[in-house]
Each structure stands twice: as structure tokens, then as C-alpha cells.
Design a protein around this ligand. Structure first.
Ligand code: ZN
Length: 258
């Protein structure tokens, strides 16, 4: 008797809910909620907004979502996300292939491109060294960077204990600074590596690690100037500040490690 009563109440609540919503809307809310910074409330607002949007606009969003999964890849040279491999920057004969600017993510590359000041190429690390988050050098594309400077940078260094002694691993890969034939075949040697990592502890650690790793090679390693706010994010720096930071780049100091 009582269970039937509860069933009737639940059933009527369900009917009421179904008058105002639908399974499709609830699914959309659930999917939006999976995105970062989107809570259930915002997800519901977005879903309601989608309901009111013209069909062609919704299709454009759906197409854009699928396109990033189907068309976007990473450049096999600099690892930026791009629609083609090599990316337009690596593939351009107008870019100076002898200067590599090292950035954490593709979004940092865009920030530097917006300044319109930089004519070299890039290398996207895919993050920074952060022991607290369990991110070590092997989780980043640092060996790929060394291989761009000298393709004979062998995998023994990659498999070795780079964390323990960066300097030792680097020395093992030294080639007396002479460009190998493979480097020349790829379109010239690298003269300068500019580290454009963010000015925070992780960025400092990463800059120090890379400068040590590249020490044996005949390449100048610089870091963009400290005009950027400490702890700030390169991605959000204004163009003028970023231009000045690039212009005033200097050597990587040991003090950067602290
Ligand atoms: Zn590229």
C-alpha cells in the first residue's frame, strides 16, 4: 500500500520534470559539465542557449568540435598543433631555422607570434618540469629538442638517468659542436635556443635543465628577459611586454634554478 503510494508520487514528479526538460537536454547538460570550469548551472544555461540557437549555428559548433579531433595533428618537428605537417612555420622558407624558441604550449607560440617580432621557429615542450605534479624531463619533448640541434643526440641519453645528472647525459651526446651531415641535410644548423618558459619556479627549473642539457652543443641558450611579471603567464602577457622580453633576452643563470 505504502510502496504503491511512493511510486505514484515519484511517477508524478518524473512526469512534472519531463514537462520542462528532455533526455536530450539532460545529456547535453551532462556533456557540457565535463568541460573545465563548467559547473552544472553553467552547463544548463549553455544547453538552454543551444536550444534557442539557429540550427546552422549549432551545426557549425558541432563541426568545429569534430574537426579538432579529425584534422588537427602535431607538427613532427616543433610539435605545435596544426592542420598540416610540417606546420606553416616549420615549412616556411621565410622563417629563420637557426633560431628555436622553446615554449611550454602551442598557446604560448600564438602569444609570441602576435608580437610580430619573432622570425625564427619554435619547439613546443608540452609542459614544464614540475616534481610536485610528477612531471619530469622525460614527460616533455626535451630530447626531441636536443635531436633538432644534433640528430646524433642518441637515445642512450633518452633511456639513461637524465633526471639524476643532466650535465652527464648531455656530455654523452656531445659532438664537439660540429654540425653533422644530417643537420645540414635538414636545412642548416641551430645557432640559438631562446627559452620562453613562464617566469615561475617550474619555468626556472625547466630553463636550467635545458641549458645544462644543451651545454655540450655549440648553441647559444638564452632566456627571454624578466620584463614579464613573476609568476605571470606568457600566454596572457601583452604584446609590447612580450616584445621587450624577447628583445632583452639573456643567458640562463644558475640563480634561475632557485
Ligand atoms: Zn612545426
Amino acid at each position: 500500500m505504502s510502496s504503491l503510494f511512493v511510486f505514484e508520487i515519484r511517477h508524478s514528479q518524473f512526469e512534472i520534470a519531463m514537462q520542462f526538460t528532455s533526455e536530450s537536454v539532460e545529456t547535453l547538460v551532462e556533456q557540457f559539465s565535463k568541460l573545465p570550469t563548467i559547473g552544472t548551472k553553467t552547463a544548463r544555461r549553455l544547453a538552454n542557449y543551444v536550444l534557442k540557437m539557429p540550427r546552422e549555428e549549432v551545426e557549425a559548433i558541432a563541426d568545429a568540435l569534430m574537426a579538432v579531433k579529425e584534422q588537427v595533428q602535431r607538427c613532427s618537428t616543433c610539435f605545435v598543433v596544426a592542420d598540416e605537417d610540417p606546420c606553416p612555420i616549420c615549412g616556411s622558407d621565410k622563417r629563420d631555422q637557426s633560431t628555436i624558441c622553446v615554449v611550454e604550449e602551442s598557446s604560448d607560440l600564438l602569444a609570441i607570434e602576435r608580437t610580430g617580432e619573432y622570425r625564427g621557429v619554435y619547439h613546443v615542450l608540452g609542459g614544464v618540469i614540475s616534481p610536485l605534479d610528477g612531471v619530469g624531463p622525460d614527460d616533455l619533448r626535451v630530447h626531441e629538442l636536443a635531436s633538432r640541434i644534433d640528430p646524433s643526440f642518441d637515445d642512450t641519453a633518452t633511456n639513461g638517468d637524465l633526471d639524476a645528472d643532466a650535465d652527464e647525459a648531455g656530455t654523452g651526446a656531445s659532438t664537439n659542436g660540429e654540425p653533422t651531415e644530417a643537420v645540414e641535410a635538414q636545412g642548416g644548423r641551430v645557432d640559438e635556443v631562446i627559452l620562453a618558459v613562464n617566469p615561475n619556479v617550474e619555468g626556472d627549473t625547466t630553463a636550467y635543465y635545458i641549458s645544462q642539457l644543451l651545454e655540450p652543443f655549440d648553441v647559444e641558450v638564452t632566456r627571454i628577459a624578466r620584463g614579464l611579471p613573476i609568476g605571470g603567464d606568457l600566454e596572457y602577457a601583452d604584446e609590447a611586454t612580450l616584445s621587450r622580453a624577447l628583445e632583452g633576452r639573456g643567458g640562463v643563470e644558475d640563480g634561475d634554478r632557485s
